[in-house]
Write a protein that binds this ligand. Structure first.
Ligand code: SF4
Ligand code: SF4
Length: 304
């Protein structure tokens, strides 16, 4: 396999991030995820193919996109232009003709080498801060060959690597990437299998099993729990999660308070944001932290 030429579908590369791993990092967001978490803040990551997003407040109403779309998929409405997704072939013609950049394609095919070039440009920042690259998504392991290739290329250049994962993938895929991954930011969303399936679309058994196996192999794992009020913030589930983390030998756990920052992206994709709960107050997070912090695991609030 020519790892430099392996291609992946990327929807964003975010530089100078101080979240999602140590130091200053470049986050590479891959498209495609097998889960459908109701609180997902990156809905543009979920489908494994490119999509068009509409940013209404940038639209100047020139009508070019409507006139030029070969599929007649765009309609002007009082709330802005709407794309009929069953007609849209994602040909990108409307995007090319929208000078206001109110239409954008989410998902570009890039080689691992091209992405590496983007990442390496900030090497000086990584060196001074102990940072590196974090693959995120979506679920990076759904693009197994690309993720493997990019991690290997980064490690060959001496870069620190991290992967944000749902853990919902075959163990063999993760194991192949293990020698090239300095840190796994590993989501565990709920310990009850049925509740997990109800709110994410998949069972949790593969996720828990992979966490167990990775930890037994000596992988550097930080478990992350997105704290979603009414879903996984009961004392029973929180304590069970910490006990599971301790049992598999992981010492770091991050609590990520739910937020609604991704809400407008649903509208831009023509989808509905269904979750109605409000983000937890700071006092609530502090009381959760207090409840969990003396249980033999380093628990903190936040993603770093
Ligand atoms: S081309 Fe762009 S600015 Fe013009 S109507 Fe379409 S979305 Fe709006
Ligand atoms: S991407 Fe192509 S098919 Fe889709 S709305 Fe734009 S012009 Fe029409």
């Amino acid at each position: 396999m020519d790892i430099e030429r392996t291609t992946g579908l990327i929807f964003n590369i975010q530089r100078y991030s101080i979240h999602d791993g140590p130091g200053i990092r470049t986050l590479v967001f891959l498209k495609g995820c097998p889960l459908r978490c109701e609180w997902c803040a990156n809905p543009e990551s979920q489908l494994g193919h490119p999509e068009i997003i509409v940013v209404p407040n940038r639209c100047i109403g020139c009508g070019k996109c409507i006139a030029i779309c070969p599929e007649k998929a765009i309609t002007s409405t009082p709330i802005g232009n709407v794309i009929n997704r069953s007609r849209c072939t994602v040909c990108g013609i409307c995007v090319e003709h929208c000078f206001a950049e109110a239409l954008q394609i989410m998902g570009t095919t890039k080689t691992a080498y091209d992405v590496l070039q983007d990442i390496e440009g900030d090497d000086i920042f990584y060196q001074h801060s102990g940072g590196g690259v974090t693959l995120s998504g979506g679920e990076p392991f759904t693009q197994a060959k690309f993720t493997f290739s990019l991690l290997k290329l980064c490690k060959e250049r001496g870069l620190n690597t991290a992967v944000e994962t749902s853990g919902f993938t075959s163990y063999e895929i993760i194991e192949a990437c293990l020698p090239y991954t300095d840190l796994f930011l590993y989501d565990i969303k709920h310990l009850d299998c049925d509740i997990h399936k109800q709110h994410t679309g998949v069972e949790n058994s593969l996720i828990l099993d992979n966490a167990r196996r990775l930890a037994a192999k000596g992988a550097n794992l930080t478990v992350r729990l997105p704290v979603i009020p009414g879903f996984n913030d009961s004392e029973e589930n929180l304590v069970n999660t910490v006990e599971f983390v301790k049992e598999i030998g992981v010492t770091e756990m991050h609590l990520l308070p739910y937020h609604r920052f991704g809400e407008q992206k649903y509208r831009q994709l023509g989808r509905e944001y269904k979750l109605t709960v409000m983000p937890p107050e700071q006092e609530r997070m502090e009381s959760i932290l207090k409840m969990l912090e003396k249980r033999g695991v380093n628990v903190k609030v936040g993603g770093n």
